[in-house]
Design a protein around this ligand. Structure first.
Ligand code: GAR
Length: 190
């Protein structure tokens, strides 16, 4: 089986990116080869530097009006793209170059609480405001619409009356860390 080479797209603290890196560190068949980021100074870049993973910083105009950096990403040998806290929409040239080879993790039970602007704390605040009894994570393929592609895995956690957006975020993050690397491995070995 060919080696799966992963590019992680992340723009925040990168706790999920770190879990993915750790999970595949000694894996002979799956390797993280690139960290793609749209935010100079993001915590995830320090993690990439510490792990000696090459980085690609995206410039907005070129990402959306050009080829979505398709050729640079291909040149690294990347054959699976994993979004881990990446908030820009993936442009068509990249989606076409990587059909069913781009995954996203979303901190809620899609199709609820998805779409543009629904990320991080905004999601958890909306879930609390709606008095939902449960929330969780969705791992899905990426298509041309925000938070829309086929769901691969969902995992749930209860939302208690005493929960705040902050405590809910912690529960959801624990689910992300537990499930994302193994789900990536599953897709990598399909
Ligand atoms: C994660 O909770 C991820 O689900 C969310 O950003 C966070 C990144 O955290 N993504 C979205 O909200 C996408 N719409 P991290 O930088 O610590 O991994």
């Amino acid at each position: 089986m060919p080696i799966t080479k992963i590019a992680i797209f992340a723009s925040g603290a990168g706790t999920n990116a770190q879990k993915i890196i750790d999970y595949f560190r000694n894996n002979e068949r799956v390797r993280v080869v690139l960290m793609v980021c749209n935010k100079p100074g993001a915590g995830v870049l320090d993690r990439a530097a510490a792990e000696k993973i090459p980085t690609l910083i995206l410039e907005k105009e070129r990402f959306f009006r050009g080829d979505g950096y398709r050729d640079e990403i291909r040149a690294t040998g990347t054959n699976l793209i994993v979004l881990a806290g990446f908030l820009w929409k993936i442009p068509s040239p990249l989606i076409q170059a990587y059909p069913k080879k781009i995954l996203n993790i979303h901190p809620a039970l899609l199709p609820k609480y998805g779409g543009k602007g629904m990320y991080g704390h905004f999601v958890h605040e909306a879930v609390i405001a709606a008095k939902e009894k449960e929330s969780g994570i969705s791992i899905h393929y990426v298509d041309d619409l925000y938070d829309h592609g086929q769901v691969i895995l969902q995992a749930k956690c209860p939302v208690e009356e005493t929960d705040t957006a902050t405590t809910l975020a912690q529960k959801v993050q624990a689910l992300e860390h537990r499930h994302y690397p193994a789900t990536i491995e599953l897709v990598a070995t399909l």
